[in-house]
Design a protein around this ligand. Structure first.
Ligand code: HEM
Length: 135
């Protein structure tokens, strides 16, 4: 093998490695949601940070809505009825998440702390249950 083909081989190997470790569009959304949700959970009971909490919820809702039209890593491995079934659950899970964050927005606006804790619990349950089947 000459030097030129050796370099070409190294380049191709590195590019395919990089492609494999790239996040799917859904994974990128999820990472952003996770970051915002962590910040939100730490400050949501602090009424002095209400405006910032409302902004975090708005950002999370935008990411959820956008994720609904995007593909996840596991989905790109599937086809036919398996893919259809997967996408059905995926849309259902994100729909439920959208609903809870909508309600959370109302509860934060109204300063209803019992409702806020209940909704945080429901969101964590949705995350756990859907990750079990979709990740
Ligand atoms: C606030 C609630 C949630 C948080 C904080 C969250 C966070 C995350 C995180 C951190 C990942 C890993 C991303 C990565 O590094 O690869 C992930 C992956 C994923 N989540 Fe969520 N998640 C939540 C709720 C949900 C719900 C309800 C669904 C239901 C549709 C869902 C579907 C997925 C899927 C399909 C993946 C895999 C993405 C991929 O590998 O392409 N998540 N989530």
């Amino acid at each position: 093998m000459n030097l030129r083909s050796l370099f070409a081989l190294i380049f191709v190997s590195l590019s395919s490695l990089a492609a494999e470790s790239e996040d799917s569009p859904v994974a990128t959304r999820m990472k952003s949601i996770a970051r915002d949700f962590k910040t939100l959970s730490g400050q949501i009971s602090d009424t002095a940070q209400k405006d910032s909490s409302m902004e975090l919820i708005a950002a999370i809702r935008k990411n959820i809505t956008a994720a609904k039209t995007e593909k996840s890593g596991p989905a790109s491995e599937l086809s036919g009825t398996k893919l259809e079934e997967y996408q059905k659950q995926f849309t259902k899970g994100l729909g439920a998440l959208e609903d809870r964050f909508g309600k959370l927005s109302d509860a934060v606006k109204a300063g209803e702390s019992a409702k806020i804790s209940a909704l945080l619990g429901e969101i964590n349950t949705l995350k756990k249950d859907y990750h079990k089947v979709l990740r």
